[in-house]
Design a protein around this ligand. Structure first.
Ligand code: ADP
Ligand code: MG
Length: 372
C-alpha cells in the first residue's frame, strides 16, 4: 500500500501492525498496586503478565470521548508507538486489547514515574545539572529519532517523560503519543491539542507546526528541569499565552543560580519565536552544554517553592473511566474553541503579568473565545 494511503487527513496514522486482541485482558494480566497515572481520557495501571511475570503498564483508553468516537485517535497513537519501537527512549508497546468501550495498550512499565515529580521536588530529590544533561541527551535522542521519521510528538512536558527508575536515577521513556502526527501530512492545525505552559507560539497563532514545535517544548522542559520553575506560567491563562507569544523569559542570575551559562545558552537556542530559527534535535545533541564535562556546581535547584507548587498530581483514584480532567492543564484548540480545565503543578517562573501591557499584541486572531 502506498504510504499516502495509510494516512488520514491531519497527519494521523491509521494502519497498525499489532494484532488487536479481543480475548479478556484479565485472563492474561493481573492488575497490581495503585494506578500509575491518568490523563484526560486514559487511566494507566500497573499489571503483571501472568504467563511470564513481566511487569507492565496498561493504558485504558476510552473509545468515546465527549460523545465522539475516538478509535482513530487511539489507532494513531498505536501506529506512532510502532513506528518508534526501534528507539530505546520511546516506551515499548507490547500488546493491544479491545473491549466494547476501551482499547488497552500494554506498555513497558516506567517504574520511576514522571520527571515532573523531580522537577517540583525539594533539594534531595531534585535533579542536578549533570542529571539534566544526561536526561536531556536521552530525550533529544528519542525526539531526533521521531523527527528523522517525520513524526512530531506535540505534547512534550514533564508528565509525559517518565523514568525507568527514580532512585538511583534511571533512563527516560517518552510516553503519550496521543497528539503525535506525521509532520508532512498535517493540513489543519486547529485540531491540535496541547498544554498551555508548553505550547509553542505558532500553536497559539495557528501557524504551521513543525519539528520546531517539539523543540520549543524541549526548551521549556529543560528550563523546568533545571530551575523547578515554569518559564511562561502566569497567574491566568491569558498571561501564560501572552508570555509565550512575547517569549517573555526570566534568565536572571537569581533563577539560574548555580547553573552553568552553557545551560542557559542551550535553552535560549530553543525558546526562539521563529520555529525555523530554533535549534534542531540534532543540533542540540551537538551543543557544548550536552558535551561538557561534569559540572562542579552540580547541585539540586535551590529555589524555595510555594506550597502549591509542591502539590502532587492526584493519582490515587482507583476507578478507570476518568471524567474529570487530569491535574495537568490541557488546552484544546478545536475549531477555535478552547477548553481549559484548570491550572496546576509548577510555580510560575516569572513576575506577575503587568496589565499595563496591551493584551495579545501579536495574537489578534485568538481573541477572547480562546481564553477561559
Ligand atoms: P494521557 O494521554 O491521558 O495523558 P499518558 O499516556 O500520558 O495518558 O498517561 C497518563 C499518565 O500515566 C502519565 O503521565 C504517567 O504518569 C502514567 N504512565 C503512562 N504510561 C506509563 C508507563 N508506561 N509506565 C508508567 N507510568 C505510565
Ligand atoms: Mg499524558
Amino acid at each position: 500500500m502506498l504510504e499516502s494511503a495509510k494516512m488520514s487527513k491531519n497527519g494521523m496514522l491509521t494502519k497498525i501492525l499489532s494484532r488487536i486482541r479481543t480475548d479478556p485482558f484479565s485472563a492474561n494480566y493481573e492488575l497490581v498496586g495503585k494506578e500509575l497515572g491518568r490523563g484526560k481520557f486514559a487511566v494507566v495501571k500497573k499489571c503483571i503478565e501472568k504467563a511470564t511475570g513481566r511487569q507492565c503498564a496498561a493504558k485504558f483508553l476510552r473509545k468515546r470521548r465527549k460523545g465522539q468516537d475516538c478509535r482513530m485517535d487511539i489507532l494513531n497513537e498505536i501506529a506512532v508507538l510502532e513506528s518508534a519501537k526501534a528507539n530505546p527512549y520511546v516506551v515499548a508497546l507490547y500488546e493491544v486489547y479491545e473491549t466494547n468501550n476501551e482499547i488497552i495498550l500494554v506498555l513497558e512499565c516506567a517504574a520511576g514515574g514522571e520527571i515532573f515529580n523531580q522537577c517540583v521536588a525539594d533539594n534531595d530529590d531534585a535533579f542536578t545539572e549533570n542529571d539534566v544533561i544526561r536526561l536531556a541527551k536521552q530525550i533529544l535522542t528519542g525526539v531526533a529519532f521521531l523527527h528523522r521519521n517525520n513524526l512530531v510528538h506535540l505534547d512534550l512536558k514533564p508528565q509525559n517523560i517518565l523514568l525507568t527508575c527514580a532512585r538511583p536515577l534511571g533512563d527516560i521513556r517518552i510516553v503519550d503519543f496521543g497528539l503525535s502526527r506525521r509532520m508532512d501530512k498535517i493540513t489543519e492545525v486547529r485540531e491540535i491539542l496541547g498544554t498551555p505552559e508548553y505550547v509553542a507560539p505558532e500553536i497559539l497563532s495557528f501557524e504551521p507546526i513543525s519539528t520546531g514545535t517539539d523543540m520549543w517544548s524541549i526548551g521549556v522542559l529543560t528550563y523546568v528541569m533545571l530551575t523547578g520553575e515554569s518559564p511562561f506560567l502566569g497567574e491566568k491563562k491569558q498571561e501564560t499565552f501572552l508570555n509565550i507569544s512575547q517569549v517573555n523569559v526570566d534568565y536572571s542570575q537569581d533563577t539560574f543560580d548555580g547553573i552553568s551559562s552553557q545551560a542557559v545558552d542551550f535553552i535560549k537556542s530553543l525558546l526562539v519565536k521563529n520555529p525555523r530559527k530554533r535549534a534542531t534535535a540534532e543540533e542540540c545533541l551537538n551543543h557544548p552544554w550536552l558535551n561538557s564535562l561534569p559540572h562542579p556546581h552540580s547541585h539540586p535547584h535551590l529555589h524555595a517553592r510555594s506550597a502549591s507548587s509542591l502539590d502532587e498530581p492526584e493519582t490515587s483514584q482507583s476507578e478507570s473511566e476518568p471524567e474529570s480532567p487530569a491535574s495537568s492543564p490541557e488546552l484544546d484548540l478545536i475549531d477555535s474553541y478552547l477548553v481549559c480545565p484548570g491550572q496546576g503543578g509548577l510555580k510560575a517562573g516569572r513576575d506577575a503579568f503587568s496589565f499595563s501591557e496591551p493584551p495579545f499584541p501579536s495574537l489578534p486572531e485568538i481573541k477572547q473565545e480562546l481564553i477561559c
